[in-house]
Ligand binder design. Structure first.
Ligand SMILES: Nc1ncnc2c1ncn2[C@@H]1O[C@H](COP(=O)(O)OP(=O)(O)OP(=O)(O)O)[C@@H](O)[C@H]1O
Ligand SMILES: [Mg+2]
Length: 472
């Protein structure tokens, strides 16, 4: 069976039209052959009637004149007037003998039909069948007039007629197919535009719209496409607004938590450390054995304050607005290098000016970098992490964009699992932040030479550091 999937619609429809046309031609040919057969047999019937009546008249004449010497049967006169190629005319006596027979000669110039056609024609029409009319004299049948046509002649004529139709078919079918193909190609030309529109939507260009088309069906598809694109754009902008709100709430929550930790927990730790110092003074005078415990409490409180400072830093990053994105990131990298004591090594390369980017962009980029660096240290066991931030200025007054890449040389985060990265909260948050900024994110993990995160965020032309929201 022919596999139609993926075949060209125009070719498919053209082949169907060709098949239907051939069926129609076959039906027309069949109709003509039936009509021709009917006409031939009507003629044979008429000839048989004339022959029978003529023979009866001859009998009557013999009896009336009582002339036994008159020749009977005498079909020569009838034969002379009705004879045609292949037509046979005979008188058969009641005993079954043919007493006289005339046959018209067959034309020899017609090509013999193919065997298959001849067999089919014989089967369908039985071309050699006889027409018999009784010859009655004095109320008694004395024989019968028999008329038939040579089946070879009839078959050859039928083949000749069918051949003419087939020749017409051979000439018109390619022409018809060509015309149908051209008409379909013209009518379906808008499908290319529809495909281009779908590809643009798939690539994220939600401004793609289709023009009205001539064909009603394609126009309906175009309308639905435009409505869907409209709805998708609205849904995405709603989602972005919601995501921005969620991120804002999350950042505010973090800031609140950091404040609480700093004000409550931090103060309490400071108080514990002061009390430990005062207890140490008392112990030094009154109870020296307690000195070690007092030092222990002070040390523990100091360690906890260190830990708290780290947590506060993660919860509430430096004010990116005030420091600027470049300085904040450099500080972040320096912090990681300080903490990791040389392993892994974090590096940063900035290119372009980041002074006038909106605070929402810088705050979110800072958070993205923060999470990506944590992931590289946590999952990859990398020895080198490279952060690149590049401002790509637009050519002429259009939107610029910021490209952030973070590459590490670590191993895949989930060596057991498949190549698909399982998204935790971190990657999810990054994606949401990027989506909220209308940018693109791609993350490749498990490459032989490490993982790579690439974020591209548009910065509207003339955008200034207007505070849309603040990340803690
Ligand atoms: N730099 C990286 N190198 C290798 N694998 C990584 C890297 N970053 C992320 N991954 C993989 O991607 C997965 C998802 O990361 P994601 O930050 O979303 O979640 P998480 O770090 O596991 O948890 P969370 O961030 O919520 O604490 C990780 O579990 C890890 O397998
Ligand atoms: Mg993470």
């Amino acid at each position: 069976m022919w596999n139609w999937s993926g075949s060209d619609l125009k070719l498919r429809l053209t082949l169907r039209v060709a098949a239907v046309s051939m069926l129609c031609f076959a039906a027309i040919s069949g109709y003509f052959l039936i009509e021709a057969d009917r006409a031939v047999h009507a003629r044979i019937d008429a000839v048989a009637d004339v022959a029978a009546r003529t023979l009866e008249l001859q009998q009557s004449k013999i009896q009336w004149l009582n002339n036994a010497r008159s020749e009977f049967p005498d079909l020569e006169g009838v034969a002379a007037s009705v004879m045609a190629p292949g037509l046979c005319l005979a008188f058969r006596s009641t005993g079954g003998e043919i007493s006289q027979r005339f046959c018209g000669g067959a034309q020899t110039d017609t090509a013999a039909p193919p065997q298959a056609f001849a067999a089919l024609y014989r089967r369908l029409f039985d071309p050699g069948r006889e027409t018999v009319r009784p010859v009655v004299s004095r109320g008694q049948a004395i024989g019968e007039a028999v008329v038939w046509v040579d089946p070879a002649v009839l078959t050859a004529e039928a083949w000749h007629d069918a051949g003419r139709l087939m020749a017409v078919l051979m000439m018109t079918l390619p022409l018809l197919c060509g015309l149908v193909y051209a008409a379909l190609a013209r009518a379906l030309r808008p499908t290319r535009q529809i495909r281009d529109g779908l590809e643009r939507i798939a690539a994220g260009d939600l401004a793609a719209r289709l023009p009205p088309f001539d064909l009603a069906e394609l126009s309906a598809i175009g309308d639905v496409f435009n409505q869907l694109a409209e709805r998708l754009a609205t849904a995405l902008s709603d989602r972005n607004a919601l995501t921005q709100k969620l991120i804002l709430v999350q950042d505010e929550e973090r800031a609140h938590l950091a404040r609480e930790l700093h004000d409550e927990f931090g103060q309490s730790l400071a108080a514990i450390r002061a009390l430990a110092a005062s207890a140490r003074l008392t112990a030094a005078q009154d109870c020296p054995p307690l000195l070690a415990e007092c030092d222990g409490i002070a040390r523990t409180a100091t360690d906890m304050m260190e830990t708290l400072r780290g947590t506060l830093f993660r919860l509430r990053p430096p004010d990116v607005d005030e420091l600027g994105l470049a300085a904040s990131l450099e500080g972040l990298i320096a912090g990681w290098n300080g903490r990791s004591r040389g392993q892994p090594r974090f590096e940063i390369a900035l290119s372009g000016s980041f002074e006038h980017i909106p605070s929402s962009v810088s705050a979110n980029l800072y958070r993205i970098v923060q999470e990506a660096l944590t992931n590289a240290a946590k999952h990859a066991g990398a020895t080198r992490v490279m952060l690149r931030l590049q401002m790509r200025e637009a050519a002429s007054g259009g939107d610029s964009d910021i490209v952030l890449t973070i590459d590490d040389d670590g191993r895949p985060g989930d060596p057991e699992g498949d190549r698909q990265v399982k998204s935790g909260m971190g990657l999810l948050g990054m994606r949401e932040r990027v989506a909220a900024l209308g940018g693109r994110l791609s993350f490749k993990s498990g490459r032989p030479d490490g993982s790579s995160l690439r974020v591209t965020v548009p910065v509207a032309a003339g955008a200034d550091a207007a505070p849309v929201e603040r990340a803690a």
